[in-house]
Design a protein around this ligand. Sequence first.
Ligand code: C5P
Length: 396
Amino acid sequence: MAEFSGKRIVLGITGGVAAYKAAELVRLLIKADAIVDVVLTAAGEHFVGSATFQALTGKPVWSDLWDARSPGGMAHIDLSRGADAVLVAPASADFLAKLAHGQADDLLSTLCLARACPLLVAPAMNRQMWEQAPTRRNARQLADDGIFLLGPASGEQACGEVGPGRMLEAFELFDALAAFFQPKLLAGRTVLLTAGPTFEAIDPVRGLTNSSSGKMGFALARACQEAGAAVTLVSGPVALQTPRGVTRIDVESAGQMREAVLNELPGQDLFIAVAAVADYRPAKSEHDKIKKDGKAKTLELLQNPDILAEVAASPDAPFCVGFAAESQNLAEYAEGKRRAKKLPLVVGNLVQDGLSGDANLVTLFDAQGAHPLPSAAKLVVARAIVAHIAAMLSPR
Ligand code: C5P
């Protein structure tokens, strides 16, 4: 099922250069099966033409409160009724001011007031405008009124200045909206995760590592955050963007990962160990680069501490989830690990089914037995794992 199947979204576009990003957002939403109605304000029409949005949605674009095409003759009611969310992107300083004061003098502001669904706004303006006292006041008022502010980001602006006020990118708004629709199964919970490989230094330029991409751990961190948890992610060296709202701590070696986990552990409700922690590290890491001298070399290895086993055995241990990536006998090895480390849940997968790719095929092992999940994108798999964990947690 596509991400937005069956969701009806009203996208309001007000006057700002960032209106061009709204076209890409509409394309992403339509591709994900959302039903999108576009409402352009008079100022918005100065920046983007309605023909673009009509072509992208295959539907008429609305801008006039008195539009006679509306079946009930009340475009604001027809559009807002039955919508799952209204998103205004870009939301200008003027539009934020109107919303904060409950003004309703055009189609978009009127339907925002008439809606019975959540309202999200993506501010976009010059940094001075965003930082002025009235805009700060309006933004606080909107948050108090239960309106969700997405961004703005900081960076280069169309006016040539640099600072806060840039609208989030289309893909970021898409992700934020997708997150918004996720059930808040972990609301009020705290989650600590490990992800990625570890790097065990041999000398200043060489080391032992593995091919873990970190994608599954990052997807799980994102899924936990979307489900309403406060998430801390301890990550080995990976080239991945931190999911929005997640606190990230970067480490290299298993020893550093253990230290970071033990530091962050107090007060955590859940510990999810996704990292492919190196089982062994060199007995010593050379201070200077090892030079080749024509002689054979032997590397002495010491076993690393098992972070997950240590956390699971600690007093007041959180609910612990382990991962088992195997190349054969998945059920036997994964269930064996679950029992040996005394874990309520182990997520098992065959390495050939998704170690570094974007999709994964996993089976969940708990005291009730094995629960295979369908093969899917790592984020979809992560959301299913979160749902399984939430069902296992004792209710608050
Ligand atoms: O025993 P094995 O290493 O296969 O177990 C894998 C699980 O244990 C994963 O959840 C992994 O993150 C965790 N682990 C750990 N510390 C280690 C080795 C594995 O936390 N040193």
